[in-house]
Design a protein around this ligand. Structure first.
Ligand SMILES: [Zn+2]
Length: 435
């Protein structure tokens, strides 16, 4: 259903919406609430009951025995990293990136992702444009520009473009906010504050190099302790937190010591560090699709080698993370090309060998909601929790044809199997003919 058709539903906003004849997955508990009724008033869930609810003036949606779930949360996206980094630096203007991200945002919402956390890149404008009603998309929790160091992950400057201390030139990708390369405590303070000034909800730092980066070996430790302390200070002063891109023990250890609350990737960490994550209530965001597939064709041999190294640690890490009961969130980490973004829902398939359907659903709902809430006062949606079906929660709701707790793979075809998509009490898709 197109965005234009959406306008037709908007007039119903003032009426309560009553979902009947549905089985509720609440984002936390494995057992569904069978034959339930859920009442939405304005943009919040007002009632969840297995008893019939009589509500005057309500628009009734008969779910026909479908499963009602919270809207999904992708805790690791990059809405603005639409191409390999060299191309972001040299070929794509801010307006091109914004236009592409606008379409991508609508596509994500139509796949059932009603909230996403953006893990770095120029996505703050996308977040604002969605909330201002220019186009449809998920709630975006943007990290703003990815914070790196010279020769760190997402240092997108050309090889010939040196650091400004050595005559380097203005970087296009840096100026539009894809990344900030910072060296020294002062630059870290400026970058972190600049991100929050723009509307970031949390900070994204790398303490190891990155696979897709051109000048950043995977194994390097990034940032001095002073630099990390400066970032932690700013995150804390804004009431928020740091999410950290890291693979190795030392990088994750240091990040936790400086207060990081969410580890992205982590493939090559060992048991001691996983234990430390558990002890410190640090979340792990698992991105199975990018971790188990083949290296993208656009990769250089060096990037492909780093990709292989990270991939080799993935299975062992997941096993240990489950053993230590880490709270694991759902992340697709799709970026680099239009085709790659189209794979977002394939993350459900990629995770399937590693997690039960319940574990995957919980990762993409209740646990995702907990991560989003870590942004504290920087969270723009503070009227209720996200990722759960409970009284007082935001009415971000899906109706799924089938039971994903028995067959998670149905979620990989959202066009066919997600029949209704509601965000903030507004219906964006509804293929149920009887309502
Ligand atoms: Zn990423």
């Amino acid at each position: 259903m197109s965005a234009i058709a959406t306008a037709g539903f908007a007039q119903d906003e003032q009426f309560p919406i009553l979902f009947t004849n549905i089985h509720v997955f609440d984002g936390v508990n494995e057992a569904r609430i069978e034959n339930a009724n859920v009442l939405v008033v304005d943009n919040l869930i007002a009632e969840v009951s297995s008893e019939p609810l009589a509500v005057a003036n309500a628009r009734v949606i008969d779910g026909g025995g479908r499963t009602l779930t919270p809207g999904f949360i992708d805790a690791h996206t990059h809405m603005s990293l639409i191409a390999p980094f060299e191309q972001l630096e040299n070929e794509y203007t801010a307006i091109y990136v914004g236009a592409a991200a606008g379409q991508m945002a609508e596509d994500m919402l139509m796949r059932g992702f009603t909230s996403v956390r953006d893990a770095g890149g120029a996505s703050i404008g996308v977040q604002r444009a969605i909330d201002d009603g220019w186009f449809n998309g998920p709630r975006v929790f943007s990290s703003g520009a990815f914070i790196t160091q010279t020769s760190g992950h997402l240092d997108m400057r050309d090889r010939t473009n040196t650091h400004h201390s050595f005559g380097g030139q203005h970087s296009h990708a840096e100026s539009i906010g894809h990344f900030y390369a910072v060296d020294g405590e002062d630059e870290m303070l400026a970058a972190a504050r600049q991100n929050f000034r723009g509307g970031a909800t949390q900070l994204k730092l790398a303490t190891n190099g990155g696979i897709s980066a051109t000048y950043s070996p995977l194994d390097i430790d990034q940032f001095t302790n002073d630099e990390l302390e400066a970032a932690a200070y700013v995150a804390e002063s804004f009431g928020s937190y740091i999410m950290v891109h890291a693979y190795y023990d030392n990088a994750i250890n240091r990040a936790i010591d400086f207060g990081a609350k969410s580890v992205e990737h982590g493939h090559l960490m060992t048991e001691d560090v996983i234990k430390k994550m558990a002890e410190n209530n640090v979340y792990l965001v698992v991105e199975a699709l990018m971790s188990t597939s083949e290296a993208p064709p656009s990769f250089t041999p060096d990037q492909a080698e780093k990709f292989g190294l990270a991939k080799s640690g993935f299975d062992g890490m997941v096993e240990l993370a489950k053993q230590y009961n880490l709270k694991i969130a759902f992340g697709s980490d799709v970026f680099l090309s239009k085709d790659a973004y189209g794979l977002q829902s394939q993350e459900w398939i990629a995770r399937n060998p590693y997690f039960t359907p319940f574990e995957n659903l919980r990762s993409a709902t209740g646990i995702g909601g907990e991560i989003l809430a870590l942004s504290g006062p920087r969270n723009r949606y503070r009227d209720g929790p996200l990722g759960v079906i409970e009284v007082g929660a935001y009415a971000d709701i899906l109706l799924i044809d089938g039971n994903p707790l028995e067959d998670i793979k149905i979620l990989a075809d959202p066009k066919e199997n997600i029949d209704l998509i509601m965000k903030d009490g507004v219906i964006y898709k509804n293929t149920l003919g009887n309502n």
